[in-house]
Ligand binder design. Structure first.
Ligand code: ADP
Length: 988
C-alpha cells in the first residue's frame, strides 16, 4: 500500500490521535515541519490556521491537502506524525514507507525570512521562555508595536503557540524584522545565556507582597483543628506522608512520589496543560496535603521556583456570589497588596511560570466543571466558577500551574482532557499508620498499646489506612483500649466512638453513663438537621442564621464537631463547617435515623441517591448555600451532582450501620423502637433492591464462556453498606442470588477499607469465583483484609495494586489452606526475589495450582532459582508468566532444569528478561522432553543464532509445541528469514 493510501485508510485513527486530547500542539508541530520542508506553502498554512476554527476541522483540512499533494507529502506527513505523537498514541498506527529524512532539509539556508521558515520547528522550541526578550528587540528596532506584543502574549496561548504567533507576525513585518530575530537568537546563544531562562527582576513591591502572602499562608496552614476552636495540633507534629501514586498507565515510574513531584514533570501526560489533579477519597488527606505544600512554601522549604502561591478553597468560593475578575479573586480572596496592585498583577501576568494556584475540593464547588463558557481576559469580571473553570483549562492565566484536589468520582472526562497529570492520594501505608500513631501519642507506652490493639483488630487496622479514621482512632484511644471484645469494626463504630469521645471531652463527669446519647440528644438533632440540610443543598459552610434555623446553640458548637471556617479574605462574618465532610454525613445519618421529621421517602431516596431537597427541606434559610438562579433548574429536576451522590452514599453507609441490630440499644429512649425497626426494614429493602439491580445487569454467558459480572458503579458501595450492618444473615442473603463464575471489580477505587467489606460479603458466595481486582489500590493492608474470602476465590487477579513481598507472604500462607484457590495474577506490583520462596512453598504444597503470573516486577535470577525449587516438586502448574523481570540466562537455566520433563506446563513467558542463547539452549531441553508445553514466549530478549539453533533442533523431536515467540532478539533480518523457513513454529 502506498503512503498516500495509508494516510487515507488511517484517516479516522489519525484524526483521533491528533485531536482527542483537545490540544492543538501536535497538529501545529506537524504544520511546522511541513512548512519547514516546503511541503506546505504559507498561504495553505494560513488557510488551515483560520482563527476560531475547530481543531478537528483543521486536522481534516490538512489531511485532505496532504493526500492531494501526493506520495512525497504523505510520506513526510506520516514521518512528522510519527515524530510528534507520544508513543501511547502511535499504537495501532502504521508508518511504513514514511519519509525518514526529517532533519536534512533544515540545513537549507537563504534569506532571513526563509530561514525562519526552514528552521521553524527548532525556532519554536528555542523561543519558548524568551519571547519577552525577542519582543523587546523588535520593539526597539521599531518593527513591533505594543499591540503586536499584546497579540503575541495573549494568555490563551501556550508558550509554543506564543512562539508560533510571534514568528507569524515577524513574517508579516518583512525581511528586516526576520533578521532582528535571527540576530537576537544568535546573541543569546553566543552570550551563553540559556534561551529559555529569562532573568527575572521582580519589582520591590512584589517582595513585600510575597512576604505578606507567605505569612498569611503560613498562619492558615500551620495547625490542624481537633476539637473545634478549642484545640489545635501543629501540622509539623502530626504530618505523615500519604501514599501518592500516578495513574496505572505510568508503569515505568518506580519508587514513592514526594510532595514536590506533584508540581514536577514526572507522570506528565499533557505538557500543554497547566492543571495537576490530586484525587483521593473523602478523608484521604487531600486538604492536609495542600496545607503541607503551602506551609513548606511559606517557610521557604519547598516549591521555591514559585514566587507566589495562591491557595483557594472551593468550599469557600461557593459563598462568593459577586462577579470578580482574576485580579480581584487573587487579591480579595488570598492577600491584598498594600500598594502597587497594578504593578504586582502585571508581574503575575508576565511571569506565569513563577506563580502557583491551588484549589482545594473542586468536587465541593456547586457547579460541575464545564469548558463551554470561555473567558480569556484577566480583567474581565465573571461568576467565580466561570473564572475557576477557565483558569483550570488554561484560557485564563495560561502558564500558571494549578493544583486542584477532588474525589476521583467527581472528575469527568471534560476536566480530564485539561489535565497535565493526575496524582492519586491513597491514604497511609502500614508504616504511615505506625508513624501517625506514634506522633499522635508522644507517650511511647500509649502509642505501643494503641498499635498493639490495632494489630489485633485487622478490620480496624484496614480502616486506619484512611487518615481521617486513623485520626479518629488515635483521638479515641482510651475508648479503644477499654473496649476489649466490642472493639470497633466498621466506620459507623468508629464515628460513634468519636461522638461519645467528644461528649466526654466536654463533660464534667469522668465517664459518661449508658444514657450518654439520650443526654446529648438535643445536640445530636440540632447538628444532625444542620448536616442533613447541608448535604441536601451541597452546603458545607454555615452562617449564623443557618445555625439558628436548626436550633444549634452555643453549647452545641462547643462540643467541637463544628469548627470556624478559615477564610483568607476575612471579609465574611463568622461561619462554621463540620470538622470533616464525613462528620457532616455522619450527623446527617444520625438525623435520618433519630428525627421525628424524617419523611418516609427519605431512606429510599437516599439509597437511590436522588436529590433530597424538594420534600425534605422545609427550611428557607441556608441563604449562602441555596443555589443561584443559574442552578435552580438543575436542582428542581432533582438531579444530584457527582459529589452530592458521593455524600449521599457516605450518609447511606452510616444509616445502614446506625440501624444495624447491634446498635439498636443505643436508640432506646431516643426514638421509639417501632420507628427504628421500620427504618431498619426500609434499609434492608433498599439494599436488596440495589443488589438485584446489579445482578440483573449480568449478561447471559456466550456458550462455552464463563458467566461474568463487571461491577457497575455503586456495587462496592452497596457491599460497604451491608458490611456496616455486620449481620452475616444479610450478607448471605445478598450473595445467595449472585451466580457468576467471574467477578470483575477493576478500576473501582478499591483500597483496604473496601477490601474488608468485600471479604465480609463475598465469603458468603455459594460457588467459587474468579475475583478480578486489577488496577485498584489494594496494597498489603488490603491483601490482609481479603484473606477471609480467599476460600471462595479460584483465581485472584491483583495486577497493579502496589503489593509487596510482605503482602504475598500473608496471601500465600492463607492460600495454601484454600482448596479452591488455583490461579494468581500479580502483574506490575512491587515484588522482588523475597516473594519467590513463598511461591516455591505454594508450588510444593498445592499439587492442583494452575497459574502464576508475576510479570513486570523485580524478580532476578535468584528469584527464578527459588521458583525452580518449587517447580521441581510440582505436577500441576500450567501457566507461568514472568514477563518483564530480570531473570537472565542463569534464571532461565534454573527454570529449564526444573521444568525439563514437565507434564503440566502449557505456557511459559519469559518475555523481556535479558535471556540470551545460553538460556534459550537450556529451555530447548524442556521442548525436547516435555509432552505438555504449547507456547514459549521469548520476545524481547537477547537470543542469538546459537540459541535459536538449539530451539530448532529441539522442535524436531516435539509435536506439541505450537509456537515459540522470538520477536526482537539479537537476530539479523537474513537470519530471521532463513530460520522462519526452516521452522514455521518460530514466530519472529
Ligand atoms: P480530604 O481533604 O481528603 O477529605 P483531609 O485532608 O481533610 O482529607 O484529612 C482529614 C483528616 O485526616 C485531617 O483533619 C487530619 O486529621 C487527618 N490527616 C489527613 N492527612 C494527614 C496527613 N498527611 N498527616 C496527618 N494527618 C492527616
Amino acid at each position: 500500500m502506498s503512503v498516500q493510501e495509508l494516510v487515507l485508510k488511517q484517516r479516522t485513527e489519525i484524526l483521533h490521535a491528533l485531536c482527542s486530547s483537545g490540544s492543538a500542539e501536535h497538529l501545529e508541530r506537524i504544520l511546522d515541519i511541513l512548512l519547514a520542508h516546503g511541503d506546505l506553502i504559507w498561504e495553505e498554512y494560513q488557510d488551515i490556521q483560520v482563527l476560531g476554527r475547530a481543531l478537528y476541522t483543521k486536522a481534516r483540512q490538512l489531511l485532505d491537502l496532504v493526500y492531494t499533494k501526493g506520495v512525497d507529502t504523505s510520506g513526510l506527513f506520516l514521518a512528522a506524525l510519527n515524530q510528534v505523537l507520544p508513543e501511547a498514541q502511535r499504537v495501532g498506527l502504521s508508518f511504513s514507507g514514511c519519509c525518514s529524512n526529517l532533519e536534512e532539509k533544515k540545513k537549507y539556508q537563504g534569506t532571513s525570512t526563509q530561514i525562519l521558515l526552514t528552521q521553524r520547528p527548532s525556532l519554536v522550541s528555542q523561543l519558548q521562555g524568551c519571547i519577552d526578550g525577542a519582543l523587546k528587540a523588535l520593539v526597539i528596532s521599531g518593527h513591533f508595536t505594543s499591540a503586536d506584543c499584546d497579540d503575541v502574549r495573549l494568555p490563551i496561548h501556550t508558550q509554543s503557540q506564543q512562539a508560533r504567533r510571534f514568528l507569524d507576525h515577524v513574517r508579516s513585518k518583512g525581511e528586516l524584522a526576520a533578521k532582528v530575530v535571527l540576530q537576537f537568537i544568535e546573541q543569546k546563544q553566543e552570550s551563553g545565556s540559556q534561551l529559555n531562562e529569562d532573568t527575572v527582576t521582580p519589582p520591590k513591591e512584589l517582595f513585600k507582597y510575597q512576604k505578606k502572602l507567605s505569612s498569611s499562608v503560613s498562619a492558615q496552614s500551620c495547625f490542624l483543628s481537633t476539637y473545634g476552636g478549642t484545640s489545635h495540633m501543629s501540622l509539623d507534629d502530626i504530618y505523615t506522608e500519604g501514599q501518592l501514586e500516578l495513574s496505572h498507565e505510568c508503569v515505568d515510574v518506580h519508587g514513592p512520589l514526594g510532595v514536590e513531584d506533584i508540581v514536577g514533570t514526572v507522570g506528565t501526560v499533557n505538557k500543554e496543560a497547566d492543571t495537576v489533579l490530586v484525587s483521593g477519597d473523602a478523608g484521604s488527606g487531600k486538604s492536609t496535603l495542600l496545607q503541607r505544600l503551602h506551609l513548606l512554601w511559606a517557610r521557604g522549604a519547598a516549591l521555591q521556583d514559585f514566587l507566589l502561591i495562591f491557595p483557594f478553597s472551593c468550599r469557600r468560593l461557593n459563598s462568593e456570589h459577586r462577579e470578580l475578575s482574576v485580579q480581584e479573586l487573587l487579591f480579595q480572596h488570598c492577600c491584598w497588596p498594600d500598594r502597587e496592585q497594578e504593578e504586582i498583577f502585571q508581574f503575575i501576568l508576565d511571569h506565569p511560570h513563577l506563580i502557583l494556584f491551588t484549589f482545594d475540593g473542586l468536587d465541593e464547588l456547586k457547579q460541575s466543571f464545564s469548558d463551554e463558557h470561555r473567558l480569556c481576559c484577566p480583567t474581565q469580571r465573571a461568576p467565580v466558577h466561570i473564572l475557576l473553570f477557565n483558569l483550570i483549562q488554561g484560557s485564563l492565566m495560561k502558564g500558571v500551574l494549578k493544583v486542584v484536589t477532588s474525589r476521583p468520582e467527581a472528575v469527568g472526562p471534560v476536566l480530564k482532557k485539561h489535565l497535565r497529570k493526575e496524582v492519586f492520594l491513597k491514604g497511609f501505608s502500614p508504616s504511615g499508620i505506625d508513624y501517625f500513631v506514634r506522633m499522635h501519642h508522644r507517650d511511647p507506652t500509649v502509642a505501643a498499646k494503641v498499635l498493639e490493639s490495632l494489630q489485633t483488630n485487622t478490620a480496624l487496622l484496614g480502616l486506619c489506612h484512611s487518615p481521617v479514621l486513623c485520626w479518629i482512632v488515635s483521638q479515641c484511644y482510651k475508648e479503644l483500649l477499654g473496649c476489649g471484645e466490642g472493639s470497633p469494626q466498621t466506620i459507623t463504630d468508629v464515628y460513634l466512638m468519636i461522638l461519645q469521645h467528644f461528649f466526654q471531652h466536654q463533660s464534667s463527669q469522668s465517664t459518661l453513663g449508658i444514657g450518654w446519647l439520650q443526654e446529648n440528644l438535643e445536640t445530636v438533632l440540632h447538628l444532625g438537621q444542620l448536616a442533613f440540610e447541608g448535604i441536601g443543598t451541597s452546603c458545607y459552610i454555615f452562617t449564623g442564621s443557618d445555625l439558628e434555623t436548626c436550633g444549634v446553640t452555643e453549647k452545641d458548637i462547643c462540643m467541637g464537631f463544628l469548627i470556624q471556617s478559615k477564610d483568607m479574605s476575612s471579609t465574611h462574618s463568622q461561619r462554621y463547617e463540620f470538622l470533616h465532610v464525613t462528620m457532616q454525613c455522619f450527623f446527617s445519618g444520625l438525623y435520618i435515623v433519630l428525627s421525628n421529621d424524617t419523611h418516609r421517602s427519605t431512606i429510599p431516596k437516599l439509597f437511590e441517591q436522588k436529590g433530597m431537597r424538594e420534600t425534605d427541606l422545609r427550611s428557607t434559610c441556608f441563604s449562602g448555600c441555596l443555589p443561584s438562579t443559574y442552578q435552580q433548574e438543575q436542582v428542581l429536576e432533582g438531579e444530584s451532582t457527582a459529589v452530592e451522590t458521593l455524600n449521599l452514599q457516605i450518609t447511606a453507609t452510616f444509616v445502614s450501620g446506625l440501624l444495624s441490630q447491634r446498635h439498636q440499644s443505643l436508640w432506646i429512649h431516643c426514638c421509639p423502637s417501632a420507628v427504628i425497626e421500620k427504618r431498619a426494614k426500609q434499609v434492608l429493602r433498599c439494599l436488596s433492591k440495589g443488589m438485584q439491580k446489579h445482578f440483573k445487569s449480568i449478561p447471559q454467558p456466550v456458550e462455552g464462556e464463563k458467566k461474568s459480572m463487571h461491577a457497575m458503579p455503586g456495587f462496592v458501595w452497596l457491599i460497604k453498606c451491608i458490611y456496616e450492618m455486620q449481620e452475616s444473615r444479610i450478607a448471605k442473603d445478598a450473595m445467595s442470588k449472585l451466580e457468576v463464575d467471574h467477578l470483575k471489580l477493576t478500576y473501582c477505587n478499591i483500597g483496604p477499607v473496601e477490601c474488608t467489606a468485600l471479604a465480609y460479603v463475598l465469603q458468603h458466595l455459594k460457588n467459587p469465583v474468579g475475583l478480578q481486582l486489577d488496577n485498584n489500590s489494594v496494597g498489603d493492608v488490603g491483601v490482609e483484609q481479603l484473606l477471609p474470602c480467599m476460600h471462595i476465590c479460584n483465581s485472584l487477579y491483583l495486577r497493579n495494586n502496589n503489593i509487596t513481598d510482605e503482602g504475598i507472604r500473608k496471601l500465600i500462607a492463607k492460600g495454601i489452606q484454600c482448596d479452591n484457590f488455583k490461579k494468581i495474577a500479580l502483574f506490575n506490583n512491587q515484588l522482588t526475589d523475597a516473594c519467590t520462596q513463598h511461591f516455591s512453598h505454594l508450588l510444593k504444597t498445592k499439587q492442583d495450582f494452575l497459574a502464576i503470573r508475576l510479570g513486570n516486577n523485580n524478580i532476578t535470577a535468584e528469584g527464578a532459582k527459588q521458583l525452580a525449587e518449587g517447580l521441581k516438586f510440582n505436577h500441576s502448574l500450567q501457566f507461568l508468566g514472568l514477563w518483564g523481570n530480570k531473570i537472565g540466562d542463569a534464571g532461565a537455566e534454573a527454570l529449564a532444569s526444573a521444568l525439563e520433563s514437565t507434564k503440566s506446563l502449557v505456557w511459559l513467558s519469559l518475555v523481556g528478561n535479558g535471556v540470551g542463547s545460553a538460556g534459550a539452549c537450556a529451555l530447548a531441553n524442556i521442548i525436547k522432553n516435555s509432552t505438555s508445553l504449547e507456547e514459549l514466549w521469548l520476545t524481547e530478549n537477547c537470543v542469538t543464532r546459537t540459541g535459536v539453533e538449539c530451539l530448532i533442533q529441539a522442535l524436531e523431536h516435539n509435536t506439541h509445541v505450537k509456537s515459540i515467540w522470538l520477536r526482537n532478539n539479537y537476530l539479523s533480518l537474513e537470519e530471521v528469514e532463513e530460520m522462519a523457513q526452516r521452522e514455521s513454529r518460530l514466530v519472529f
